[in-house]
Write a protein that binds this ligand. Structure first.
Ligand code: HEM
Ligand SMILES: *[C@@H]1O[C@H](CO)[C@@H](O)[C@H](O)[C@H]1NC(C)=O
Ligand SMILES: *[C@@H]1O[C@H](CO)[C@@H](O)[C@H](O)[C@H]1NC(C)=O
Length: 500
């Protein structure tokens, strides 16, 4: 009710008046028109169902690949796909671009003071303690124990079952999310939720987590934060569902923390057994804070690799040539021990990078300016403005990738080794042209771990199976985004045994 009245007032009556009095500030066809008070809200509204794609088109058509977006009530925000600007924001002038009050405020009911939602000392501390979990020894343990048992005990049996019954369709995206959920919980907290185990009776931790993620991210789409804040105050609709989901998530995470605490009291030699134990032994063992940390790490690990792999398998089904190269690489490396095998899968690595270029798991990322500033391309930034870099758009820039940017071509990341016969060498791009894992001091901590996991899954699956989309040929899945990207409606597939 209240929401409708406010909406009516701001988005209909006022603009209608002004519409006839004042000319819009832009006339080029790709660039959205902007009106006083409501800014470009009308264009945003009209494109709400394809927000990422629309903003990507706008940014790509803007001079210098940077666009100043006018929001409701005159607030402006900057959206850029210019690598020099990205380098400036994420590295050269890092202290001036923080997780801002809008971001933090919108997500704090869910994420509290977890690593994604903090700045300064709180962030530094979490990053430092967590970074132990990402050294070579931990990574090796991760691949050889956690990923591999999840793969052979849970994922492959499910795929075998589906391969034996061609009538059966699987939602591969859902399966990959469950896989990643188990993985992150085991590596970070030493706890196995068995989310991919069909015969295990599950708690609703993961479902509640999914709901909390979705509703939290939908808050960003409200034209004014006031709207969701009102709903929250009245405890109605989506905000009521969010409150319930968040309290379920917090209860489960908190239970985990308390159990771990007890374990540590009983046996102090477990102090560095996993990341959660490290946090609890670090002197900052406030239960609420550690619960926040747990919740943020699940977010980091759960939907990122699963999104990347979902689009990867879909792209392979459309590019049999690339699939053939990958299978060849897998078969050549199959003699090597697991950890080295993963390290040496150069072509597969390139194909994953290429897939995330077109379908990045984190398609946009926003910061807030602490003080006035000027970006390298001359764009003026005012204190308090949101500055967003558009990763999805950057993967589609001709100026970065050349005229064939729309093609799925892993070879753009590779060069032939001189005198090495048919072997490849991986050629990385700078992280400002390809900020899929962010860049600078806050670059993704789990990047290497993510690649390990994804390459292991790719090898394990493609060695034995082909993944065939169940949708009719020519049907393009839709790329949508909550806090991370997803394939809309899941990824229904049939699994076919590979002939060897
Ligand atoms: C393909 C998979 C992944 C992608 C594309 C990815 C991407 C990103 C991005 C874009 C950020 C910056 C987010 C922000 O600050 O707003 C980030 C941060 C982070 N990622 Fe990842 N990530 C992936 C997998 C993982 C995994 C498996 C972990 C393991 C736990 C992880 C741990 C983290 C952590 C802890 C941060 C916070 C770093 C900080 O703020 O200092 N990520 N990641
Ligand atoms: C799955 O759950 C069942 C029932 O709790 C259990 O007996 C079985 O060992 C689990 N399987 C795996 C692979 O974890
Ligand atoms: C404590 O944990 C260590 C490492 O897992 C184990 O070897 C040891 O037996 C445990 N001690 C007790 C008293 O349970």
């Amino acid at each position: 009710m209240i929401q409708n009245i406010i909406l009516l007032l701001f988005f209909f009556l006022l603009p209608l008046l002004l519409f006839f009095l004042i000319k819009p500030s832009s006339s080029s066809s790709n660039i959205p028109k902007s009106y006083p008070i409501i800014g470009s809200y009308l264009s945003l509204r009209a494109n709400a169902h394809r927000r990422i794609q629309w903003l990507s088109d706008v940014v790509r058509a803007s001079p210098g690949a940077t666009f100043t977006f006018r929001r409701v009530l005159g607030t402006k925000s900057i959206i850029t796909a210019n690598p020099a600007n990205v380098q400036h924001i994420l590295k050269n002038n890092f202290p001036n671009y923080r997780k801002g009050s809008i971001f933090v405020g919108t997500l704090s009911d869910f994420l509290g003071n977890g690593i994604f939602n903090t700045n300064g000392e709180d962030w530094k501390f979490q990053r430092q303690v967590a970074s132990h979990e990402f050294n070579t020894k931990s990574l090796r343990n991760f691949v050889e124990n956690v990923v591999d048992t999840e793969l052979s005990d849970r994922l492959l049996p499910i795929l075998s079952g589906a391969a034996a019954n061609q009538e059966q369709t699987l939602d591969l995206q859902d399966i990959l999310q469950r896989f990643a959920f188990d993985n992150i919980c085991r590596i970070a907290f030493g706890y196995d939720p068995q989310y991919l185990n069909i015969s295990f009776e599950r708690s609703n931790f993961a479902e509640a987590y999914q709901e909390a993620t979705e509703i939290s991210s939908l808050r960003f789409r409200e034209p004014l934060p006031l709207l969701w804040k009102l709903k929250r105050a009245l405890d109605i609709g989506s905000e009521k569902r969010l409150r319930i989901a968040v309290s379920q998530v917090r209860d489960s995470a908190n239970k985990l923390v308390r159990e771990k605490k007890k374990e540590l009291q009983d046996n102090s030699s477990l102090r560095s057994a996993d990341m959660l134990s490290r946090f609890l032994s670090s002197g900052h063992s406030d239960e609420d804070f550690v619960t926040d940390i747990v919740i943020s790490f699940i977010l980091a690990g759960k939907d990122t690799t699963s999104a990347a792999l979902t689009w990867f398998f879909w792209l392979l089904s459309k590019n049999p040539r690339v699939e053939k190269e990958i299978v060849k690489e897998i078969n050549e490396k199959s003699e090597a021990p697991v950890y080295d095998e993963v390290k040496e899968m150069v072509y597969t690595h390139a194909a994953l990078c290429e897939s995330m270029r077109l379908y990045p798991p984190v398609p946009t990322d926003s910061k807030e300016a602490v003080n006035d500033d000027v970006l390298p391309d001359g764009t003026a930034v005012k204190k308090g403005m949101m500055v967003t870099y558009h990763v999805y758009a950057m993967g589609r820039m001709e100026s970065i990738w050349g005229p064939d940017w729309a093609e799925f071509r892993p070879e753009r990341w590779l060069e032939r080794v001189e005198g090495g016969g048919s072997s490849w060498r991986f050629v990385a791009r700078d992280s400002f042209s390809y900020p899929v894992f962010q860049a600078g001091p806050r670059i993704c901590l789990g990047k290497e771990m993510a690649f390990m996991q994804m390459k292991r899954v790719v090898a394990g699956v493609l060695r034995r199976f082909r993944v065939v989309p169940a949708a009719a040929e020519g049907v393009e899945p839709e790329f949508i985004t909550f806090l991370t990207s997803q394939m809309k409606g899941g990824f229904p597939v049939n699994i076919v045994q590979r002939q060897v």
